[in-house]
Ligand binder design. Sequence first.
Ligand SMILES: [Zn+2]
Ligand SMILES: [Zn+2]
Length: 336
Amino acid sequence: MLGSRWAAPNGGKAPGTHILVTHYHWDHIQGIPFFSPLYVENNEFHFYSFRSKFLGRDSLKQVFEAQMALPYFPVDMSAMSARRKFKEVDGGDSFTVGENKITARWLNHPQGCLGFRIETPAGTVAYATDNEPGDAKMDESLRELAAGADLLINDAQFTPEQLETTRKGWGHSSWLEGVKAARHAAAKTLVLFHHDPDSTDRMVDSILRQAREEFDSVFAASEGMVITIGAPGDPVQAHMPGTRTALRREAQFHAKVCGVTEGGKDFEEETVVRDISLQGALISLKHLPRLQSELQVTMEAPGGDGVQSMNLRGYVVRIDEGPEKGHVAVGVVFTD
Ligand SMILES: [Zn+2]
Ligand SMILES: [Zn+2]
């Protein structure tokens, strides 16, 4: 959880932390009472959100209070000792936080959702979760938020087929609509976000694979992923701590893997591939390859006439904690 990795800026002293809240649906607020930095006295938080017509003034403050009312939570608001300030923002508003300029725009979602454009000295990030394409005015808002952005973080909950049929009107988007918006707005990197809870990791891999065929720089967001905007002209970098699932199925293929580490060094390593499908594999490695970098995987596969060698090219989509000490489980999607 973010709360356990979070470090207060300047050791918890001013200028504090600023949190942009897009809307009040459960999936966007249910982590708040469990966010441990809110229970540390010297921390200061500034929350930005809109006035909901269902809640009126101080909407977000009311949400906090309702979430922590008994018997929904073991302690009440008085235990939340960090300083909290609430600021109301509306679609169309612009404001500054330090040297960053933030612009809010309405997106197409039931009961409303704000998208944010964050212009920093290092680059621009557009955060547009929970939006469904098809409303001309709000489609334009999305393009304004994403115009020339280094990073567009966009809703990719449904497949393009679902979006056209069974999930039309649910207020979400697809990887294809994200690619279209990124292209139209000339955004440099697209991050697919807000995955469907029913999508397995493999389905997300498959969505990423399709998006990557249409757009050069795409990531599928995952828990713990940290994305750094590089200097102008440099590609963005993504890192993921190895803290997720272990291997799932048993198989035994000896393989040689060549790739690039997080530090940018070439490596070559012999390993055993234990989980493989037509689309990809989970490979246990001692090296930590860079996310989205290319890997060459040469596998020995038993064939009709003895052992055959199979040469596959793939790229790194996930890094999980490995089953053996000192190893990481690297999720690879094959490109040929
Ligand atoms: Zn929502
Ligand atoms: Zn949502």
